[in-house]
Write a protein that binds this ligand. Sequence first.
Ligand SMILES: Cc1cc2nc3c(=O)[nH]c(=O)nc-3n(C[C@H](O)[C@H](O)[C@H](O)COP(=O)(O)OP(=O)(O)OC[C@H]3O[C@@H](n4cnc5c(N)ncnc54)[C@H](O)[C@@H]3O)c2cc1C
Length: 411
Amino acid sequence: MTIAIIGAGLAGASAAAELRDRGHEGDIVLVGAESQAPYERPPLSKDILLGKGTAADAAVKDQGWYDEQRIELVTGARVQSVDTAARSFEVDGRTITYDQLLLATGATSRHLPMADESGVPVAYLRTLEESQALKEHLAGHLLIIGAGWIGLEVASAARQAGGTVTVVESASLPLVGPIGEDMARVFADLHREHGVDLHLDTSLTTLERDEGGVLRRDAGASKGGARALLSDGTEVRPGLVLVAIGAEPDTALAETAGLDVDRGVLVDARLRTSDPHIWAAGDIAVHDHPDLGRLRVEHWDTAIQQGRHAARSMLGDATPYTRQPYFFTDQYDLGMEYVGHLGRDGYDEIVVRGDHATRVLNAVMIAGGRVVAGMHTNDWDATDHLRAWVGREATDRLRDTTIALADTRED
Ligand SMILES: Cc1cc2nc3c(=O)[nH]c(=O)nc-3n(C[C@H](O)[C@H](O)[C@H](O)COP(=O)(O)OP(=O)(O)OC[C@H]3O[C@@H](n4cnc5c(N)ncnc54)[C@H](O)[C@@H]3O)c2cc1C
């Protein structure tokens, strides 16, 4: 049996590894559009920018591992179409026929046309090359559009590199959608304390070249900086503008293959698409989660776990994927982990334990009496307890902040 995987990112590589771990002896072909072997993206906005990690550190597996495991890795090859009737696709002029196919084509940065068309130096951050290029500009004046995870992590790296950082965010607080107001305030304070000029409830109204600017002297073709006007009246003259306004699932291939797509590739509880021989995992998959409903999750852990799960499903396992989303971030000296999912309605109760001054905190978010999510900042023992609570009815002990989180469960 030949199993093909299109998309050689974390989900694709995790699936390939799991296939061998589960004893699949047949051929495995892993095809990726990027020139590198699969790598992890979290270091692109953290260790690589901070100069603490290299491209080699970010690799999912050593180069030799693919040969040892008899996994054919084809890099630098973007698959254009899949013939679902013949169960085949073309790569580098060669036809690959599959029994099962996993699509793990991930996501790409969401673009801001106004920035792209402005003629000023604009950066995005999704790939290793983009991270390496961005690192060279951290010490200048960086204007970051979007105070999401990536925008804030880059802000942190840039401040640590001695750069001047302006962040523009249209919401009232950074990260307010995924973590809610109470904990979002922790991040707003953190960045302001570290000298980030954070403009909330604000948008970019004008972006144009500043021919007189001297900031991007090293930028070769693109000399001069930018002049940006914000909706709150502020004028900024950055050397580089980083657009960090989210990602879009890369559904191009799934669409040409005729699969059901709705802001991602629709998959059932086992990660199977509308074609019985095609599966999807990671950033691209809109999963039918048995507890959470339709959900697309753009997280490192989901790419690994769904990649592995899809591998087991392709080998015949009928178990649904039920894992709760998990996410982490590192900014300055603050580490955060988050488990669960705040639906559109958010939470109606939050129980916070810990100390705002030291930012050693944990928070449990409750909607309709049920714990929907939990997170901590620098409270590393909390994760397992938070995970155990997600999905359960909240109790009086959980709400009683005089009782330590670890002692709240009665089972
Ligand atoms: C800068 C950055 C920092 C992040 N930090 C965190 C973090 O701290 N914590 C966290 O939980 N998550 C983080 N994430 C998110 C996490 O990295 C993603 O959820 C994860 O990479 C998704 O993996 P994937 O394999 O689904 O997709 P991707 O990593 O996007 O990989 C998909 C691959 O498929 C390739 N491809 C697409 N179309 C084709 C085609 N037609 N043919 C061949 N190949 C194709 C793409 O080129 C790409 O290489 C971060 C993401 C970024 C960008």
